[in-house]
Design a protein around this ligand. Sequence first.
Ligand code: DON
Length: 309
Amino acid sequence: MMTVMSSQFQPILDRIMAEIDRTPGRGRSADYIPALAARDPRSFGMAVAELDGTVYGVGDWRQPFSAQSITKVFTLALDLAREGDELWEYVGREPSGNPFNSLVQLEYENGIPRNPFINAGALVVTDRFQTRTGDAAGELLAFLRTESGNSSLDFDEEVAASETAHGDRNAALAHFMASYGNIDNPVPVLLDQYFRQCSIEASCADLALAASFLARHGIRADGTRLLTRSQAKQINAVMLTCGTYDAAGDFAYRVGLPGKSGVGGGIIAVVPGRCTLCVWSPGLDERGNSVAGVAALDRFTTLTGLSVF
Ligand code: DON
C-alpha cells in the first residue's frame, strides 16, 4: 500500500494542473442558467484540505465560483443533524439513473424523490430544513462561513435571480411533489430558498474546508459534533452512489471517492479519515459534471492511491 505524506500533496496538485493544461476539450459552461453561461471553461483550480485545516491548492483555487448543487450536501447534513432518520420517509437514497432535473420517476414513485442530490430530492430537504429553521439558505450560509473560516462568503443575487427567471423545471418539480403532500412550504418560498442556496459563491479552498466534517466522521472545525459517525458514513455513501447523478457509476469507477458536483463546475470529494478535495472548472459534460474536474480527481486518486477502495 502506497503511503502519501502530506508534503507530497503540493507537487501532486502541480503535476495534475500541468496535465490538465495539456488536455484539450473542457466541455461547456451551464447555459440553462444564463448568469453562469459566460464562465470561462479553461479556468481550473483544485484544493486539498487536511483534517487539521491545512490547505494545499493550485490554479484558481482561491477564486469564488457558483457552488450550485454542491450545497445540497451541506443542507442534507444540517437537516439530518436536526431531524434524524425521519427524513428518509420523504426522500429516498437510491441512485436515480436519470438526469439531475428529471421529473420522470416522481409520478410512479408517489412524489418521493429517489435521493437528496437530484433536484427533486434537494427541494424536499431544503423544504424540511426551511420548516425547521425559517431561513434555510441563511443557516446554510452561516455554516459555510464558520466551517471555511471565510466570513465574506455570500449569495450571488444575480445568479439567484437568473435561476428564478428560468426556473420552470424546478417549479414544476416542487409543485408536483406538493400535489403529493411532500412539500410543506408555499412553492415560491421554497424556490426562493433553494435558488439562493444554490447561488452561494465559494472557492475550492472554502468548500474543501467546509466539507471537512465528512472526513472527520461528523466533527466540525471547532471540535463539536454535527453528525454521528454513522450519519457521516451515510452521507458519504449517498455521495458515492448519487452525487454525480447518472454518471455516479463512472465517477466511482474512475475516482473511487464520495463526490458531489455542481453545474457551476465544482466537485467536492472526501477521503474519510484523511482529507477533502474540491476542484473547479466550469466546462461540463452532458450529464452536468465538470470535465476537467472529474479528470483531475481521477488523476489524484491514481497518483496517491487515496480512495475508499
Ligand atoms: O437547480 C438547478 O438546476 C441548479 N441550481 C443546480 C443544479 C446542479 O448543480 C446540478 N449539478 N450538477
